[in-house]
Design a protein around this ligand. Structure first.
Ligand code: HEC
Ligand code: HEC
Length: 323
C-alpha cells in the first residue's frame, strides 16, 4: 500500500487532536516501522544512476553534481545551512538527505515534487543548483561515448531527459538505511537499544513527537504547520518566500508555514536543522519542537534521552549489488 494520494496534515486546527495524541499510545503500539531493504531494482540502471548522480558534468559549468549537496558518505546531505551550487550561489533551503527519500509521500520541504523522477527537474534547472536544462544535459551525455553506449543498451530511445531521470531515480531507490538499532528492537531484539535509548523512545511517544514523526521514515508521510502552538516565524523574524512552505505549491492561505514533516532517520548526521538550516544542534531543535509543536517545555534530561533515541534510528547503507 502506498500513502501517495492521501495527504495527512496537521495545522493549528488539529490542536485538540494533538493534545489527545500527546498523552500517547503505549510505546509498544507506536506507529513506527522498520525500513525494508531495497529489492526489485534493475542493477544496470542503479549503476548508471549512481554515475550520473556523482557526475558534475551534468551542471552548467561542470562544478556541481547531485552528490555535491547530497554526500552519501556524510548522511546524504551537505553541511551547509543552505545549499551552495554553481558559481558558489547559495539557495534558500537546507538540503534534506537523499537516503530513504523513496519513502516520503512527496519530495522537497513543500512537497512540490510528487516523486523522485519529478524531483530531478528542480536541481537541474535551479540557477543556484546545477543551472542548466535538459537539451544541454542530453547533448553532454550524447557526446560521451561510454554514457551513450550504456543508455543505448538500457533504453530503446537512448539518451533522453526521461531516461536520465529514470536511472537517477532508480539509484535513489537503492539508497535505504537498514537494520538500525531501533529497527532491530522493533523486530524483537530488546537489547538492541540501551536503557537510555529505550527511555528516549518512551518520551518520544509520550510527549507526542510520534503524532507527526511516524511510519517507516519516522517522518516524511504527512504535512504539519511549523508552529502549531506558537508563531515560530514572527518570534524569529523570519520573512520571505522560503518560509511559506506548502503555500507556494497550493496558494491556499491555510498552507502557510505547512511543511512536509522531515524524516528523523538520519537526523543525527544531518545538522543543521529545519527547512532553512537555522538550528545547529539536535538538542536545540528538539526543544524548539516541544515549544512550537507541542506547547510545552521538556526537561533537559528528557531532551538528551530523546536525542539518544534519534541516534538509534540510523541504519546502514549497503550499496545495491550492480554486477
Ligand atoms: C546545490 C545543492 C543541490 C544539488 C546540486 C542537488 N540538490 Fe537535491 N536538494 C537540495 C535542496 C536545497 C533540496 C530541498 C529543495 C526543496 O525543498 O525545495 C533538495 C531536495 C532533494 C530531494 C528531496 C528529498 C526530500 O526529503 O524531500 C531529493 C530526492 C534530491 N534533492 C535529489 C537530488 C538529485 C537527484 C540531484 C541531482 C540531479 C540533486 N538533488 C541536486 C540541494 C541540492
Ligand atoms: C505537529 C507536528 C510535529 C510534532 C508534534 C513534532 N514535530 Fe518535529 N518537525 C515537524 C515539522 C513540520 C518539522 C520541519 C519544520 C521546519 O523545517 O521548519 C520538524 C522538524 C524536526 C526536526 C528537524 C529535522 C531536520 O532534518 O531538519 C527534528 C529533529 C524534530 N522535528 C524532532 C521532533 C521531536 C523530538 C518532537 C517531539 C518533542 C517533534 N519533532 C514533534 C513536525 C512536528
Amino acid at each position: 500500500m502506498t500513502t501517495r494520494g492521501r495527504r495527512w496534515r496537521l495545522g493549528r486546527r488539529a490542536c485538540a487532536a494533538l493534545a489527545l495524541l500527546a498523552t500517547g499510545p503505549a510505546a509498544g503500539e507506536a506507529p513506527l516501522e522498520p525500513i525494508p531493504p531495497a529489492t526489485n531494482l534493475a542493477p544496470a540502471k542503479v549503476a548508471l544512476g549512481e554515475r550520473l548522480f556523482h557526475d558534475p558534468r551534468l551542471s552548467a559549468d561542470g562544478s556541481t553534481s547531485c552528490a555535491s549537496c547530497h554526500r552519501l558518505s556524510a548522511g546524504g546531505d551537505d553541511d551547509h545551512p543552505r545549499s551552495v551550487g554553481v558559481a558558489g550561489r547559495q539557495g534558500s533551503l537546507n538540503a534534506p538527505t537523499v537516503f530513504n527519500a523513496r519513502f516520503n509521500v512527496d519530495q522537497n520541504w513543500d512537497g512540490s515534487a510528487p516523486d523522485l523522477e519529478g524531483q530531478i527537474d528542480g536541481p537541474i534547472h535551479d540557477h543556484r543548483e546545477m543551472a542548466t536544462d535538459w537539451p544541454e544535459v542530453v547533448a553532454t551525455l550524447e557526446g560521451l561515448a561510454d554514457y551513450r553506449g550504456d543508455f543505448e543498451s538500457l533504453y530503446a530511445d537512448g539518451v533522453t531527459a526521461a531516461n536520465v531521470r529514470d536511472a537517477i531515480a532508480e539509484f535513489e531507490r537503492s539508497l535505504v538505511t537498514v537494520d538500525a538499532p531501533f529497527d532491530r528492537y522493533l523486530r524483537g531484539e530488546p537489547d538492541a537499544l540501551d536503557p537510555r535509548q529505550q527511555a528516549g523512545y518512551r518520551h518520544f511517544v509520550d510527549y507526542g513527537c510520534v503524532a507527526c514523526h511516524n511510519g517507516r521514515n519516522v517522518g516524511g508521510n504527512m504535512y504539519a504547520t511549523m508552529g502549531v502552538m506558537g508563531d515560530f516565524f514572527a518570534d524569529h523574524d523570519k520573512q520571505g518566500k522560503a518560509h511559506l512552505g506548502r503555500f507556494r505549491v497550493t496558494g491556499d492561505p491555510a498552507d502557510r508555514h505547512l511543511f512536509r514533516v522531515p524524516s528523523l532517520r538520519l537526523a543525527v548526521d544531518t545538522a543543521p536543522y529545519l527547512h532553512d538550516g537555522s538550528i545547529d544542534e539536535l538538542e536545540e531543535v528538539i526543544q524548539v519542537m516541544a515549544e512550537y509543536q507541542l506547547g510545552r517545555r521538556i526537561p533537559a534530561e528528557d531532551v538528551a534521552l530523546i536525542a539518544e533515541f534519534i541516534g538509534s534510528l540510523r541504519g546502514e547503507y549497503r550499496p545495491y549489488p550492480t554486477d
